[in-house]
Design a protein around this ligand. Structure first.
Ligand SMILES: C[S@@+](CC[C@H](N)C(=O)[O-])C[C@H]1O[C@@H](n2cnc3c(N)ncnc32)[C@H](O)[C@@H]1O
Length: 232
C-alpha cells in the first residue's frame, strides 16, 4: 500500500505529488454539498430510497464526501433502508493524517468515532465496513481502474472526485467512463463532478450520459452533472 505524500498548509491537507488540495480552502463541506449532494439531488432522492441506495466515488481522500453524504442519509432516508458507499483510493492518507483531517469537521464526530477504528485496520484491496446498521462503506485501496471492474453494484449516484483532470489525467479516462456505463442503469444513475473539462464532458457523453452544466462552487465558473441514458 502506497500512502499519500501529504503536507498540512494552514491546517488544510495538500497532496504534494499532485500539487492539489483535498478540499476547498473556502469551505470544503459547502463545496461537497454544492457539487455532489445538489449535483445528484441526494436530498430529494434519499427520503424515497426504500430499496436502498448505492453511491460510487472515485478518490476517497479524507472521506469528507463520505461524512457529508452519510450524515444526510442517516437524517433523510427511511429508517430500514441501507446506503452502500463504495469508494476507491489509490494513495490512502495515513491513519494519523486521517485523525487530523477528521478533527477539521467536529460536526461529524459521531460518525468518525465509528469510522476511525476501521480505518486503523485499512488494508490493500477491498475493505468492507459496516459503519452503522444503515450504512456500509466499501473502500477499495487500489487504482480506480483496477477496482471498478470488480464492483458489481449498480450506482444510483456517482461522485467523480480525484484531483483536477490537468493534474491527474490518467484517472479521467475512457476506461473510467466505460466502467461507469457498465455500473449504471438508464433513468436511475446520476453523476456530478467539480470539473467541466471538455474531455471529461465528451467522454461521459460518448459513454451514454447526458451532461449538463451549472455554476461551480466558489471561484469555479462551471461544474457538470447529469444522468445515464443508456449504452450508445
Ligand atoms: C481531491 S481528493 C478527494 C477528496 C475526497 N473525496 C475527500 O472528501 O476528501 C482526490 C483523491 O483521489 C485519489 N486518486 C487520484 N487518482 C486516483 C486513482 N487513479 N485511483 C483511485 N484514487 C485516486 C487521490 O489519492 C485523492 O485522495
Amino acid at each position: 500500500m502506497q500512502f499519500a505524500t501529504l503536507e498540512w498548509k494552514n491546517g488544510l491537507p495538500f497532496a504534494t505529488d499532485f500539487g492539489d488540495i483535498y478540499f476547498s480552502n473556502e469551505n470544503g463541506r459547502q463545496e461537497t454539498e454544492h457539487v455532489f449532494v445538489q449535483g445528484n439531488q441526494l436530498e430529494t432522492r434519499f427520503p424515497h430510497a426504500q430499496a436502498g441506495f448505492n453511491i460510487i466515488e472515485t478518490g476517497f481522500g479524507t472521506g469528507l464526501n463520505f461524512f457529508v453524504v452519510a450524515t444526510k442519509w442517516l437524517q433523510l432516508a427511511p429508517a430500514n433502508s441501507h446506503l452502500t458507499f463504495i469508494s476507491t483510493e489509490k494513495y490512502p492518507i495515513s491513519y494519523t493524517d486521517m485523525q487530523l483531517a477528521c478533527q477539521h469537521w467536529p460536526e461529524f464526530a459521531e460518525l468518525q468515532q465509528f469510522f476511525l477504528p476501521h480505518y486503523a485496520q485499512l488494508k490493500a484491496g477491498q475493505n468492507i465496513w459496516r459503519i452503522t446498521p444503515q450504512l456500509t462503506l466499501q473502500l477499495w485501496i487500489a487504482d480506480v481502474m483496477d477496482a471498478l471492474p470488480k464492483v458489481t453494484a449498480t450506482a444510483d449516484a456517482w461522485l467523480l472526485d480525484g484531483f483536477a483532470p490537468a493534474r491527474n489525467p490518467t484517472m479521467w479516462s475512457e476506461h473510467l467512463f466505460k466502467q461507469m456505463a457498465r455500473l449504471s442503469k438508464p433513468e436511475i444513475s446520476t453523476f456530478s463532478t467539480f470539473t467541466s473539462a471538455g474531455h471529461v464532458r465528451r467522454g461521459l457523453l460518448a459513454a451514454g450520459f447526458e451532461v449538463q452544466k451549472r455554476p461551480g462552487f466558489g471561484k469555479k465558473r462551471e461544474m457538470i452533472y447529469g444522468s445515464f441514458r443508456g449504452q450508445p
